[in-house]
Design a protein around this ligand. Structure first.
Ligand code: OOG
Ligand code: MG
Length: 263
């Protein structure tokens, strides 16, 4: 049977308009029932090109759905990636305004900064040796889909894997061993909300394995991970809805704490 063509550019523009106007749209797979994961990564790429045309610079990648908690929360069980641009990075000491956001959620992450290009195949040890820094971070997701729920894998990938903003804690030189990186205790406390804790081993067994998985996924799209990239390895716990006045803090057993204040 012939598959209906997926209008990649038009769908990227639809998602981009929803982002700029901070409004929800119907999941793409409702209309385009045959959309595949590969179509979705093409839409994601086209969406990133629209952002680049507005002057945004690609500074890294985020991995998603790398922990059991996140997979259960979203009802999906495959690791995915999205692109990070310079405008998505928010400072720790700048109050985060909910104006112009759709339904943002926050989640605790471990991140890396690479110092040289990584290409598949790569071992965890090689990937770690290419990291100049490690940090604890908070990712702020903001799906552009109605209700932020029950989307399919192609839907979320096309939407840049729900990536919206992120906060980086103070960076530490990447001196922790592979074992130590897989054994970081993480606790995200939310004033006026639910606090959650998990070990970094929740992230695919070790956040470094998530970095390796990113390199593998990029290679399947004919890409490598450039040196100087920021990489978020994926959340260790479920994401929490942001509300006005909320203060979120991520404390870990190994890295400087990071916080976010919602204005
Ligand atoms: C998809 C993105 C998941 C993570 O860290 O697991 C993600 C979503 O939950 O909307 O960023
Ligand atoms: Mg995340």
């Amino acid at each position: 049977m012939l598959r209906r063509m997926i209008p990649v550019e038009a769908l990227a523009q639809r998602l981009d308009a929803a982002l700029l106007e901070a409004r929800e749209i119907e999941r793409l797979s409702v209309e385009h029932t045959s959309i595949t994961l590969e179509d979705a990564y093409r839409i994601q790429q086209a969406g990133v090109r629209l952002r680049e045309a507005r002057g945004e610079k690609i500074i890294g990648y985020k991995m998603g759905l790398t922990s059991a908690a996140k997979r259960a929360q979203m009802g999906l069980d495959t690791s995915i990636y999205g692109v990070l641009t310079d405008r998505m990075r928010v400072g720790e000491d700048v109050p985060f305004s909910l104006a112009g956001k759709i339904h943002p959620k926050v989640e605790p992450e471990i991140g890396f900064v690479t110092s040289r290009e990584l290409r598949w195949p790569v071992t965890p040890e090689e990937a770690l040796s290419a990291c100049s820094s490690v940090f604890a971070g908070l990712e702020i997701l903001d799906s552009r889909y109605v209700g932020f729920k029950y989307f399919s894998l192609p839907d979320v990938v096309a939407d840049n894997s729900s990536s919206a903003w992120f906060v980086m804690g103070r960076m530490e030189a990447a001196k922790l061993s592979l074992d130590a990186l897989g054994n970081i205790e993480m606790e995200m406390s939310v004033e006026g909300g639910v606090s959650q804790s998990a070990r970094s081993s929740e992230i695919l067994g070790n956040p470094v394995f998530s970095l390796v998985e990113l390199v593998r996924l990029l290679q399947s799209h004919g890409k490598s991970l450039p040196g100087g990239s920021i990489v978020l390895a994926g959340a260790a716990t479920t994401a929490v809805q942001l509300a006005p006045g909320m203060r979120v803090t991520l404390k870990t057993s190994a890295l400087p704490e990071v916080g976010l204040k919602v204005s």
